[in-house]
Design a protein around this ligand. Structure first.
Ligand SMILES: NC(=O)c1ccc[n+]([C@@H]2O[C@H](COP(=O)([O-])OP(=O)(O)OC[C@H]3O[C@@H](n4cnc5c(N)ncnc54)[C@H](OP(=O)(O)O)[C@@H]3O)[C@@H](O)[C@H]2O)c1
Length: 224
């Protein structure tokens, strides 16, 4: 397995790189060439035994990278937040994910499995955040490439920036779900309660290697 991880610097992305290395797989961690933390991320990922790729987020740049690296799996784990201010859900979450999918196709990697990290609620999109994911899922399905789609609920863990909305949302959701789980609603609880970045990452890597997960839409209960 040679895995290309787009969004490798994110909470889920960095955990996926670690989970791949732990399993003895070859991991290529993508870091934006203009990232202010390029040296730090390069040292961190190379220290883990991963390779770092800094191809530009352009169609030419990603087609060249896919043709050069020829990954067997591509993890699409990108996403912006309203607070970031460098692009919206349409241009980043949909636009860059679609660009990556098109690059895999254009490089002729017909057997490369694309693992796309979508979100719970993408089947009934309300608002730009979920709509971007619904459209990225549709773009992936239409690509003809092998795929696995993950729709987790809240992703929690050790982040560089504080996200009070997510932390409070997760805590508020988790409390009643815990009770539901204790009262026998284990599957429902596992589907809706938050999941940590590392646990989600291990589930994504497991699914990426599982032939049965090809063409599957997985929720947090499937990924724990
Ligand atoms: N957080 C949740 O509770 C939750 C729940 C369900 C689904 N999701 C979805 O899961 C995905 C990953 O979530 P996460 O929390 O692991 O992500 P995260 O920590 O916010 O990391 C996001 C990644 O996307 C990259 N990125 C953001 N804006 C970019 C841009 N304009 N150009 C290029 N790269 C850009 C970041 O790169 P830099 O480090 O270079 O900025 C980083 O690698 C996201 O799509 C998210 O929407 C999240």
């Amino acid at each position: 397995m040679t895995a290309f991880v787009a969004g490798a610097t994110g909470l889920t992305g960095r955990s996926v790189v670690e989970a791949l290395i732990e399993r003895g797989e070859a991991a290529v961690a993508h870091v934006r060439p203009d990232s202010g933390r390029l040296a730090e991320w390069t040292a961190r990922f190379e220290g883990l035994g991963a390779t770092v790729d800094t191809s530009p987020w352009t169609a030419e740049g990603m087609v060249e990278a896919m043709g050069r690296i020829r990954p067997t799996q591509v993890f699409a784990l990108l996403g912006t937040t309203a607070k970031r201010g460098d692009g919206d859900y349409r241009t980043v979450d949909f636009g860059l994910t679609a660009l990556l999918i098109d690059a895999v196709q254009a490089a002729g990697l017909d057997d490369t499995r694309v693992v796309y990290l979508s979100s719970l609620g993408a089947d009934k999109p309300r608002g730009a955040y979920l709509k971007a994911r619904t459209d990225a899922e549709a773009h992936l399905r239409a690509s003809g490439l092998p795929w696995t789609i993950a729709r987790p609920s809240f992703i929690v863990g050790d982040r560089d920036e504080r996200r009070p909305g997510e932390s409070v949302g997760a805590a508020v959701a988790d409390a009643p779900l815990k009770l539901i789980g204790l009262l026998g609603g284990r599957r429902v609880a596992d589907r809706y309660r938050s999941i940590s970045g590392p646990e989600l990452a291990r589930g994504l890597v497991r699914a990426a290697l599982d032939p049965a997960a090809e063409g599957a839409v997985l929720d947090s209960a499937d990924l724990r």
